[in-house]
Design a protein around this ligand. Structure first.
Ligand code: ATP
Ligand code: MG
Length: 379
């Protein structure tokens, strides 16, 4: 394999000190360790990396022995987390190959093979994510043209796009996320392979997709991601009950704005907004059938959430909070003076009120009086 080693001196201040420490310890023990993946890519694009991952030729057990405060994680693929505080750790992964062993019937029976750096390069997803940085020589190591792609602002997939999306359909939503986050162009073959392979996303475990959804929408460009997922026909495999409206747009823009201002955000709000319309439609249908509206509300909320968790699993605490927000809407809309105090002291008031405010500014302009009422009530 041809390799390009390009000397690039990153400002030391931009590199994570703990990651450098880990690399130095592994190198001193006679192994090779590099920064890899998203951090190298982000540094080259002048962005602040989210985390600093390390790849090495040392086996997990060997890495584990080098660090007192480290632990082995993962069952199939063992990784090492070197702990620096209760919340901060550096992840070290041993080079591995993308080789799979299949039984006669084609089912994958083993895919956890360690390998060389050349193997490790090709099992990654995109060229821009397959760059390594040698901190000693201050060189970027590039086997596949990732450096050129970064310069040309392009994303190319490693290997055959159809096959690589088949092997792991989550790569399709990763492509959309990187395109949007990094402001890059997807190669034509990625685009057409996504259109073709989008339905495969339906086979991914609902638990994995929950994690991916947070990454998709809790950032500074959530609405663009939403629009692209829709355009490429991926959105319906995450949220089949969700259809774009002004409320969703406002909520996503609002979330991004909060993140820019370093304010806190919660997935509760996002899912409550995405499913609101479906909930309402179901509620109306049920209320027409039975006269008890509170029963209809509870039943509608449960049905919509059950449908959702078939695609993207939501933790139980999150579902409870979503229902609370929805069920509080009519109570806020009634503006009963006698209930003001109790509602204001309800722990869910803040979220339900924010929800109502966004509705009044988008799909329910008739609620502007109600919004004013609650703004005044809090003064
Ligand atoms: P970010 O952290 O900004 O989301 P990242 O590229 O670091 O981006 P991670 O999920 O942290 O993404 O993964 C680290 C690296 O592992 C990636 O850069 C890529 O090389 C590899 N990788 C992650 N997920 C996959 C996948 N589904 N298929 C192949 N390689 C992957
Ligand atoms: Mg990362």
């Amino acid at each position: 394999m041809k390799v390009i080693r390009q000397s690039i001196k990153f400002d030391r201040k931009l590199l994570d000190k703990d990651a450098l420490k880990v690399i130095n310890v592994i190198n001193k023990a006679g192994f090779k360790a590099y920064l890899v993946g998203g951090c190298v890519r982000d540094l080259l694009l002048n962005l602040e990396p989210k985390d600093f991952d390390i790849a090495t030729n040392a086996k997990p057990e060997q890495v584990h022995k080098l660090f007192k405060r480290s632990r082995l994680i993962g069952r199939r693929f063992r990784l090492v987390h070197v702990m620096f505080s209760a919340r901060k750790f550096i992840e070290v992964a041993t080079f591995r190959s993308g080789k799979v062993q299949t039984a006669n019937n084609g089912i994958v029976v083993r895919d956890n093979f360690y390998g060389s750096i050349e193997d490790d390069v090709v099992r990654r997803d995109f060229n821009i994510n397959a760059l390594y940085y040698d901190i000693k020589t201050q060189e970027v190591i590039d086997y596949l043209g990732g450096l050129e792609d970064i310069k040309a602002q392009k994303v190319h997939i490693i290997g055959n796009p159809k096959l690589r999306f088949e092997q792991d359909p989550v790569r399709m939503i990763r492509a959309i996320r990187f395109q949007t986050k990094l402001g890059l162009q997807l190669s034509d073959e990625i685009k057409s392979a996504i259109f073709e392979q989008a339905p495969l996303l339906g086979n991914i475990s609902a638990a994995r997709l929950y994690e991916e959804c947070i990454k998709l929408f809790h950032n500074e460009y959530g609405f663009e991601v939403y629009e692209r997922l829709e355009k490429y026909g991926l959105l319906k495999y995450l949220f089949k009950q969700t259809h774009k409206n002004e409320f969703i747009k406002k909520a996503l823009l609002n979330t991004s704005d909060r993140i820019r201002k370093k304010q806190s955000v919660t997935p509760v709000f996002l899912f409550a907004v995405f499913l609101w319309q479906a909930y309402n439609e179901r509620f109306i249908a049920l209320e027409n059938k039975q006269s008890c509206s509170s029963l209809a509300m509870t039943q509608a909320s449960e049905e919509v959430i059950i449908n959702q968790i078939k695609q993207v699993s939501l933790p139980r605490w999150l579902c409870t909070k979503i229902k609370d927000i929805w069920l509080m809407q009519p109570r806020l809309e009634k503006m009963q003076p006698k209930k003001v105090k109790a509602l204001l002291s309800n722990p869910r008031f803040r979220m339900a009120y924010d929800f109502l405010l966004l509705r009044s500014m988008s799909i329910n302009p008739e609620l502007s009086e109600v919004a004013k009422f609650w703004i005044k009530a809090q003064q």
